[in-house]
Write a protein of this length. Structure first.
Lengths: 151, 727
């Protein structure tokens, strides 16, 4: 039995310790907002916050998490930064298919938490791990700047 | 948009809609007014394969909820919002309160007027449905007006409508649509309802917020991969790494010992593992010892593919278009010839292939995001061995289509697996399986010859060689040896050319299955033609913009786009060394687009795309923000292909496997993108694929301007650009 602190709740799961958090979230807990994209930390679709930092849940074994809190897209809007990012995403109309956007929003909100006013290079560094096949990057950059202004 | 929602159909509604549609308007479940309508199969009819079928719906219930049923699928292109805008416009519905619902499978009701089947593709949703949807909504509005006239015992001409309400102009009396549905039920929709004058549009033309995005930013949208029917199990699969190979033997002794692994299933062409979650299924698959019968394709490599297509391209092709006398024209002036080659490409939708199915002896239920819903139902029925009416298909929002989900292979495999599983099973492909068992954009080879005399083209010959996707995917459309998609944007070049011949040679590559990929035929043709036009301009000692402009008198909309793009891009202004601008123009998917790329090449041949400027005339624009977004995204998609896209075949297998070796453009590589819309009153054009076709030739021409090196193969070769390798 593994205990996880997810979105402010304590959740117990009966899974192997080497099972990546992604599949625990999606298939065991039904938190399907976090997406599977590549399974090898190349695309960022599975990004969640661990202790407030953006991590790729597809390569994060649940057994290694311990008591560190996990936040997913379903709850990131509870923080002021997360809510500002989600609002900016809609204001700028970033989203197309939307499949990668959970991960994009998690990466962006982690960036803004530690760096409230990122420049273009900061945005590149924080967001280059998140692929968007629809090509919404131009608007992602704009939305991050907008969310930064709002904050 | 407080009340806006994308809902699921209520149980029982779908069949009722189907039956009622043939009867015209009537009261449905819960007292909903259903309006069915006839759609002339425009386009298809002209080619003699047309169908006349009733189509999409407006549903209004007693509570005033207006449900708009979406005949086309939403895969990011914004079509749900655009269709809702069109329907709400002619219906005079309160847009903030409409509810959207995906159409159930039915070619009869929701068939795309262009194809005669239920398909979302070829950038034609708005082009195909523009008039039918307006007529449907306008017809519904007329019935509601008639109903209000009966209630008030007045002439309908005194009644106007707005915000889901009928208003008697003289007295100011108002009655909500919801209150009219009982009175409207017996009325027949008019055959030819009066459509709004575009100058009176209230919604169309405005950058309205998309209806599908609020749920997407909070992780609430349920894509196909997210469905969780009670008791669902999880499966993943592996097909033979060699195309066409079969399963010879499976040793599952180790896999079955793993926790969470429930079943190991071997089929003719693939093996699947079913588990309590994807991790168990994936671990189980990895623990299998599979012996494959690789079959004859195990000796095929990319070299064989290219050798074959080069030989095939030497032969004369089926004639797609003749103007004047090309052979004679080619003798007038200086002859120039070039060959262009395009690689296989995978789609790499961010949502990997997946499908969830539940098969019982008497029923089959399928959850999937797919561009061909009715085909999904037919395939599921066939595999499950059940009649069509026993198969329910739930269509979901799609996490990227790009043509990959115009196929049904992932549905077929899921239903095969589900037949062996007790309860529902979600089948998710790994990214590796997704890349290595895609249905690929074909390799193409284009032979172009032209003669230039006094700055004009005297003769032109274009021979396109490649796989015919149409012949497999829509066989009746493959006529007289011509693949209408493969020649699209080539048979009708926009330039004034007095003598022209366009041919098509069908060449099916060994081993590799081929399919539609964002940009389809024009992707290949626009690259070849616009690269070649640049070469001709240089031959003629003319500026590439001026050379094109002088040949565009018969295509004024494109000429205007070219002039605008050149102006906005600062065409002709000085640039630093090793930096260049390139232009490309296109008439594709009914839109007229000019694009200028600006890029820098360093001494190692590394390319930095700095800026993309597109000028777009796509006729009447439904939602300008969506058009801009599609250009931004489409250009990015095209740049990814030009800079990185290639699928290589080695011993019958795909060499690439995931995003580490099948690279995507990332945010740190993005150029600035500017899109300029041109006002137009023409019928709407298609937009979803246009940026993808525009980017590669514009970039290639910019790289030539920067380096003097002409790249005739994609993706770009950095060794050639750096001079390490000859062009």
């Amino acid at each position: 039995m593994i205990e996880l602190r997810i979105n402010g709740e304590l959740r117990s799961v009966e899974v192997p310790a080497d099972m990546p958090l992604l599949w625990v979230l999606r298939d065991v807990l039904g938190l399907t907002g976090t997406k599977f994209g590549c399974g090898i930390a190349q695309c960022g679709a599975c990004t969640v916050h661990l202790d407030g930092n953006a991590v790729r849940s597809c390569v994060l074994p649940v057994g290694s998490i311990g008591e560190r809190p996990i936040t997913t897209i379903e709850a990131v809007g509870a923080s002021a930064t997360g809510a500002a990012v989600q609002k900016a995403w809609l204001d700028v109309e970033v989203v197309q298919c939307g499949y990668c956007q959970s991960g994009q929003i998690m990466s962006a909100s982690a960036l803004l938490r530690t760096m409230p006013h990122p420049n273009d290079a900061d945005i590149d560094a924080a967001m280059a791990g998140n692929i968007c096949r629809c090509g919404t990057y131009v608007r992602i950059r704009e939305a991050i700047k907008k969310a930064a202004q709002a904050g | 948009m407080a009340n806006t929602a994308i809902g699921r159909p209520e149980p029982g509604v779908e069949l009722l809609v189907t039956r009622r549609a043939f009867l015209g308007a009537g009261l449905g479940v819960g007292g909903a007014l259903l309006v069915g309508f006839q759609v002339p199969a425009a386009g298809a009819a002209a080619e003699g394969k047309g169908v006349f079928a009733p189509n999409a719906f407006v549903r209004i219930d007693r509570q005033g909820t207006i449900t708009l049923i979406m005949p086309q699928v939403e895969m990011g292109q914004g079509v749900y919002t655009a269709i809702a805008m069109i329907l709400a416009e002619e219906l005079d519905a309160a847009f903030e309160q409409v509810r959207l619902e995906p159409a159930p499978p039915s070619d009869k009701l929701y068939g795309n007027p262009t194809f005669g089947i239920q398909v979302t593709g070829n950038s034609n949703s708005i082009r195909s449905f523009w008039l039918p949807l307006r007529k449907a909504a306008a017809g519904a509005r007329e019935i509601l007006v008639q109903a209000a006239a009966r209630v008030w015992r007045i002439d309908p001409s005194g009644i106007r409508t707005e915000e889901s309400t009928a208003i008697h102009t003289a007295s100011g009396r108002r009655i909500a649509y919801a209150a009219l549905i009982e009175h409207a039920a017996g009325l027949t929709p008019p055959q030819n309802p009066v459509l709004k004058d575009p100058k009176n549009f209230k919604l169309i033309g405005k950058p309205l917020k998309r209806l599908d995005t609020p749920d997407k930013v909070i992780g609430k949208t349920v894509y196909g991969i997210d469905v969780m029917p009670p008791g669902v199990k999880f499966a993943t699969l592996a097909a033979c790494p060699v195309f066409g190979g079969k399963v010879a033997h499976v040793d599952d002794s180790k896999a079955k010992l793993l926790p969470g692994v429930r079943q190991v299933l071997a089929f003719d062409e693939f093996v699947a593992v079913v588990g309590d979650h994807m991790w168990a299924a994936k671990q189980g698959l990895g623990a299998l010892d599979i012996t494959w019968n690789e079959g004859p394709n195990s000796v095929v490599s990319s070299t064989d593919v290219w050798r074959q297509i080069r030989v095939a391209s030497e032969q004369e092709g089926a004639v797609a278009k003749i103007v004047g006398d090309a052979a004679k024209g080619l003798t007038e002036g200086e002859l120039h010839e070039a060959v262009y080659e395009m690689p296989f490409l995978a789609h790499a939708t961010m949502e990997p292939m997946n499908c969830t199915a539940h098969v019982t002896p008497t029923s089959c239920e399928v959850w999937v995001g797919i561009q061909v819903l009715s085909r999904a139902q037919k395939v599921a029925a066939k595999v499950a061995g059940l009649p069509l009416e026993k198969v329910t298909v739930h269509n979901h929002l799609i996490g990227g289509g790009f043509g990959r989900r115009l196929e049904t292979d992932f549905v077929e495999k899921a239903v095969l697996i589900a037949k062996q599983v007790d309860g529902p099973v979600k089948v998710v492909w790994t990214r590796e399986e997704d890349i290595q068992h895609d249905i690929y954009r074909p390799v193409y080879l284009d032979r172009l010859s032209a003669s230039v005399s006094n700055g004009r083209i005297a003769g032109w010959k274009h021979r396109i060689t490649g796989s015919s996707v149409i012949a497999r995917w829509l066989p009746p459309a493959f006529q007289r040896g011509i693949d209408i998609d493969a020649i699209d944007s080539a048979a009708d070049v926009p330039y004034d050319i007095p003598n022209l011949r366009v041919e098509y040679v069908r060449d099916e590559p060994p081993a590799v299955p081929t399919g539609f990929w964002r940009g389809v035929g024009p992707n290949n043709n626009v690259f070849a033609i616009e690269s070649f036009m640049d070469e001709l301009a240089r031959k003629a000692n003319k500026d590439p913009v001026a050379f094109r402009r002088d040949l565009l008198d018969k295509t004024p909309r494109l000429k205007a786009a070219l002039e605008l793009a050149a102006e906005k891009a600062g065409w002709g202004s000085p640039l630093p060394p090793r930096t260049g601008r390139g232009v490309a123009v296109q008439v594709a998917f009914g839109s007229f687009i000019a694009t200028v790329a600006q890029a820098e090449v360093d001494e190692h041949g590394e390319v930095r795309v700095q800026r993309m400027v597109s000028a777009v005339d796509t006729g009447i624009v439904v939602n300008p923000d969506t058009v801009i977004a599609q250009l931004q995204g489409g250009l990015t998609f095209g740049l990814t292909a030009a800079l990185y896209g290639r699928i290589d075949i080695d011993k019958g297998r795909v060499r690439q496997s995931n995003f580490n070796d099948y690279r995507m453009l990332r945010i740190n590589e993005m150029p600035q993108i500017e899109v300029h819309l041109i006002q137009s009153g023409e019928a709407p054009g298609g937009i979803g694929e246009t940026g993808t076709t525009a980017a590669p030739p514009a970039l290639g021409n910019a790289l030539f301007a920067a380096t003097g090196i002409r790249l005739r193969r994609l993706p770009i070769d950095r060794d050639v650009l750096s001079g390490r390798k000859p062009a």
